[in-house]
Ligand binder design. Structure first.
Ligand code: SF4
Length: 173
């Protein structure tokens, strides 16, 4: 048997027990950036580690791609749990930063609804005002304008009606 180390531990467990404990995490495209990867999240929930979990960045990084849910040997809809954790974190007092994220999310979608694409300047200005930090990152503006990274005025895409229709349909879910 090869030497067991941190890199092959999972494979060794799988070989010996026939159980793959990390199928969900192995397929997650953003696991590398998460404080806790999907299988650790399931374990923390089982251990009732609420505070630890709600402070983590994991569910904010989750792209809802459903890979973990499709691969879970226990048929757990992990992506749905990630979404539930997002909602809990937004309502909880434990993570002050988390309260700002739904606001940014809302402004992002509103920008898409109005223009069919993100109007960065308008979105950031509204978000900064709503979160009581009107001058946040203002020093970055000149460089962003001069390099053409953000525009002064919004641009509407062609087929904006179709975009609005998609957003309207999406709200039903
Ligand atoms: S749904 Fe989220 S947690 Fe699951 S694999 Fe996709 S990004 Fe990772």
């Amino acid at each position: 048997m090869p030497e067991i180390n941190a890199h092959n531990f999972r494979e060794q467990i799988k070989e010996l027990s026939g159980e793959d404990v990390g199928k969900c995490t192995a397929g997650c495209p953003v696991a590398v950036d998460m404080d806790y990867v999907p299988n650790q999240v399931m374990q923390l929930i089982r251990m009732n580690e609420k505070d630890c979990l709600l402070k983590a960045n994991t569910f904010w990084f989750c792209a809802a791609c459903q890979t973990c849910s499709a691969r879970c040997p226990e048929d757990i809809d992990i992506a749905k749990i990630m979404n539930t954790l997002r909602r809990l974190a937004a309502d909880d007092t434990i993570n002050v930063q988390a309260k700002k994220i739904p606001k940014l999310n809302r402004e992002f979608l509103e920008s898409i609804r109005m223009f069919g694409r993100v109007y960065e300047l308008g979105m950031v200005m509204k978000y900064n005002l709503m979160t009581g930090q009107p001058l946040k990152d203002v020093s970055l503006a000149p460089a962003l304008f001069s390099k053409g990274k953000i525009g002064l005025l919004p641009h509407r895409v062609k087929g904006l009606d179709q975009v609005k229709k998609i957003i309207k349909e999406g709200k039903k879910f």
